[in-house]
Design a protein around this ligand. Structure first.
Ligand code: NAP
Length: 249
């Protein structure tokens, strides 16, 4: 395949399930050639790719672990050399390993920071090289409402998600002169595998803190990612956009 600037490409990390899958489908509908990243769940990632194809879009699977900078650099460089340099990066891959601070294990802290914060930093660094050369691009970080509000039992996750916000603001300033925009989306409670693990009483307690009175769906995040990926948001960079039903204002 040869390089062609006519193709718009988007890489969505953690696109095999949940919010990432919805974003991948939405960007494919918007006309992007979508790289569907995952780390272990190939069957689910393939289902997402099949849905993209069925809707008339195109893309391919792209397996790598965002917390491994060697894999990230190799895969993102390879993307830039095949179809076209990346136009959009969505750093969505994430995990939660919840525990109270005094019970937090070193390995759980390390794993959470490695995937949720360092993973996004590695991907942003690798993609920024291509975007700066093109003098255009949009990088979208999927953080969390708890990175803004805090949440007991989620200190490590909150630290990673809050870290993404500071990281984004710095990088947005570094890349703005090359017309590369970097923004953060902070979802509230969205119904996915991640939140499916909560008990009904836990869900009911969370629901009481959502002024709009219902949980969000992955598409609620995908709509905002679609906007941030498009030229309609050309004057928006370094911003944090809450999509949380009013849970945090
Ligand atoms: P999810 O359903 O648990 O899906 C997680 C995705 O991340 C999967 O595609 C998984 O791939 C991928 N992933 C995990 N570790 C990875 C790694 N090391 N390298 C590459 N991919 C990896 O999660 P979700 O609920 O859709 O959440 C998506 C993002 O939104 C996360 O960053 C999360 O923190 C954030 N968020 C979610 C909520 C919510 O209420 N759901 C709220 C706020 C923020 P495999 O399928 O291969 O395992």
């Amino acid at each position: 395949m040869t390089n062609t600037t006519a193709v718009k490409t988007a890489l969505v990390t953690g696109a095999s399930r949940g919010i990432g899958a919805a974003i991948a489908l939405r960007l494919a509908k918007d006309g992007f050639y979508v790289y569907v990243n995952y780390t272990s769940n190939e069957a689910k990632a393939r289902e997402v790719l099949d849905q993209i194809s069925a809707a008339g879009g195109s893309g391919e699977l792209c397996r790598f672990d965002v917390s491994d900078s060697t894999q990230v650099d190799e895969k993102i460089a390879a993307i830039g050399k095949t179809k076209a340099p990346l136009s959009v990066l969505v750093n969505n891959a994430g995990i939660t390993v919840d525990s109270l601070l005094i019970r937090m294990k070193d390995e759980d802290l390390e794993k959470t920071l490695s995937v949720d914060l360092k993973g996004a930093i590695y991907c942003t660094r690798a993609a920024a090289i291509q975007m700066m050369r093109q003098r255009s691009g949009s990088i979208i970080q999927i953080s969390s409402v708890v990175g803004e509000s805090g949440n007991p039992g989620q200190a490590a996750y909150s630290a990673a998600k809050a870290g993404l916000i500071g990281f984004t603001k710095s990088v947005a300033k570094e890349l703005a002169s090359r017309q590369v925009r970097v923004n953060v989306v902070t979802p509230g409670f969205i119904a996915t595998d991640m939140t499916g693990a909560l008990t009904e009483p836990q869900k009911e307690a969370i629901l009481r803190s959502v002024p709009l009175g219902f949980f969000g769906a992955p598409d609620d995040i995908a709509c905002v990612a679609s906007f941030l990926a498009s030229s309609a948001s050309r004057y928006i960079t370094g911003q944090v956009i809450g999509v949380n039903g009013g849970m945090y204002m």
